[in-house]
Design a protein around this ligand. Structure first.
Ligand code: ZN
Length: 238
């Protein structure tokens, strides 16, 4: 049964990664107008940004109603974030767990900044709904992916702009295997295929090595999560 879509506009924080692509499909299923926003902050895996237009085109081709609903794409340059942060996501450093218990890929405040810029853009575009792929379940304990953090941001943004902002995080409580299952449920085999072939996850930006779960180095934490999630999902279906 197709959902009765909301007449509201939604803005999806869309990086070109697996999670934000599932979020985009989730939004296209629920809102009559869906816009996307991406951030360039000097990430090592900037290759994900080059996948964004490819994914947008292919996801729109999956269903005529999705093609009609998918609207403008926006890119925001956040060079200052990259310049300020000295992490394994923005420079050529080893990816490991630091003494803080956080991985060296942690860019402090990244998602807080993303949500703030997205909300400012949403205000201008008349969009009430932000869709973001934060997840508490599978991640390496990034504090800005926590449900409480996101809810606090929703309250702060709504108050600070004197306009209701709703931040949806459809992946918050599910793991990577369940994310594949959700994609299958929303868009069937062709959406899963698109996820594998076109979305980018690998922190090192590797698009040379193709595995059954997609492209990547196969070793970095992002690749491991995706590979493990794929395997678990395959086993669940067997
Ligand atoms: Zn990798």
């Amino acid at each position: 049964m197709p959902l009765d879509p909301s007449p509201d506009t939604a803005l999806v924080l869309f990086s070109g990664g697996q999670d934000s692509t599932v979020c985009l499909a989730w939004a296209l299923d629920r809102f009559v107008r869906v816009e996307t926003v991406g951030f360039a902050y000097g990430q090592r895996h900037a290759v994900e940004l080059t996948q964004r237009p490819v994914i947008r085109e292919r996801i729109a081709a999956l269903r005529p109603e999705w093609a009609a609903r998918l609207r403008d794409d926006h890119m925001i340059a956040l060079d200052a974030l990259g310049a300020m942060s000295d992490t394994a996501l923005t420079r050529d450093a080893e990816i490991r767990f630091a003494e803080t218990g956080l991985p060296t890929t942690f860019v402090p405040g990244r998602n807080l900044i993303f949500l703030t810029f997205a909300a400012a853009l949403a205000y201008r575009r008349g969009a009430r709904h932000l869709i973001a792929g934060m997840c508490e379940t599978d991640y390496s304990g990034y504090p800005d992916c926590r449900d409480d953090t996101v809810k606090a941001m929703q309250v702060a943004l709504s108050l600070g702009m004197d306009r209701r902002v709703v931040v949806h995080t459809p992946l918050m409580w599910i793991d990577k295997a369940a994310t594949f299952a959700m994609a299958d449920e929303i868009g069937g085999h062709s959406l899963v295929e698109l996820l594998v072939e076109d979305t980018h996850t690998c922190y090192l930006g590797d698009r040379e090595h193709r595995h059954e779960w997609g492209y990547g180095c196969g070793e970095c934490p992002a690749c491991r999560l995706r590979a493990d999630g794929w395997t678990k999902w395959q086993e669940q279906q067997a």
